[in-house]
Design a protein around this ligand. Structure first.
Ligand code: CUA
Length: 336
């Protein structure tokens, strides 16, 4: 090939590489990392992206140069030159991609293995998923259950997952790690938060009508603030009496599907609960008994306009008798 051609191809390639790099760098494709695992994932992502930009620049350089250099007159219908193989070129386009793909594969394997390593003395948090709510249990801190995920910063945390009904998926975008939660299969992942802040846990597996509302707040705090939080949770969190029902309403995920003015929820997946007491009276039933039945045996009476089997049928098992009573009191007192 003539030297002039190589210079032109190189120039086009450099311009393409610069433009593509600007697209990669200037647009915030990934969230600000908040875990060690996400740092590694981001490194693997950039490693592959840089390789892709390089290959794209070479291809575009040759392509754009050829479009102009080998252009023929519009009425030229003659055959092009007959070209046979070029051994050097064929070796190059086989070996170079093979090396690059192997490099990406090896790097990914290393990142996967490091991200799965919980190190020494990890802290375990149990994650219980159900339509359409998250609950967190802290086995090392006796009795601590929460509907908000609170984690100390710079600590290896092993999440152990359990689903009470269908397949859900655990994902905090800034922390990278993502894991399906399948009923009957024990799964876990490791997350090491690297900065304090508030995040959102989202469900990323279509799990029913309320899937889009299946979110939970996540808070990463200092070890000191975490210890204080655990203590507060163990002493009952200051909630009791009338507040107990409100706490259960939030932690059991009721607000993901039901509108209820005292709780400030406006969801429309299930019936509005503001007039549940009136509905019970209309049906000639005791409001408390009616509400309780709707919680523990939701398919017995399904409100008109709604489908059966949308409301989870296992609250009778997943909530304690006290929690159900508190919820019933809260709902009957807060509705008309
Ligand atoms: Cu749970 Cu989507």
């Amino acid at each position: 090939m003539r030297r002039g051609a190589i210079v032109r191809i190189t120039l086009i390639g450099v311009v393409v590489a610069i433009l593509t790099s600007l697209v990669a760098i200037l647009i915030p494709w990934l969230p600000d990392p908040a875990s060690k695992q996400m740092d590694r994932i981001e490194f693997a992502y950039w490693f592959a992206t840089v390789i892709c930009i390089g290959i794209f620049a070479v291809v575009m350089g040759v392509l754009l140069y050829s479009i102009f250099a080998f252009r023929v007159a519009p009425d030229d219908d003659s055959d092009g030159p007959s070209i046979h193989g070029n051994t050097n070129l064929e070796i190059a386009w086989t070996v170079v991609p093979a090396v690059l793909v192997i490099a990406i594969g090896v790097l990914s394997a290393v990142v996967l293995s490091q991200n799965g390593n919980a190190g020494t003395n990890p802290m375990t948090i149990k994650v219980i998923a159900q339509q359409f709510a998250w609950r967190f249990e802290y086995p090392a801190s006796k009795g601590v259950k929460s509907n908000e995920l609170v984690m100390p910063v710079d600590r290896n945390i092993t999440f152990e997952f359990e689903s009470l009904d269908v397949i859900h998926s655990f994902w905090i975008p800034q922390m990278g790690q993502k894991q399906d939660i399948v009923p009957g299969i024990d799964t876990h992942i490791v997350v090491t938060p690297t900065r304090e802040g508030t995040f959102t846990l989202v469900c990323t597996e279509l799990c029913g009508l309320g899937h889009a509302t299946m979110r939970a707040p996540v808070r990463v705090v200092s070890q000191q603030a975490y210890d204080a939080w655990v203590k507060k949770q163990q002493s009952g969190g200051g909630a009791g009496g009338a507040d107990a029902g409100k706490t259960v309403f939030a932690s059991a995920g009721c607000s993901a599907c039901h509108a209820f003015t005292p709780a400030g929820s406006t969801a429309e997946v299930g019936p509005n609960l503001d007039n549940v007491a009136a509905a019970a009276k209309k049906a000639g039933e005791d409001p408390a008994a009616y509400v309780k039945e709707s919680i523990v045996d939701p398919n017995k009476v399904v409100a008109s306009g709604y489908q059966p089997d949308v409301m989870p049928g296992n609250f009778g098992d997943s909530l304690s008798a006290q929690e159900i009573d508190a919820l019933v009191t809260y709902l009957t007192a807060g509705s008309q």
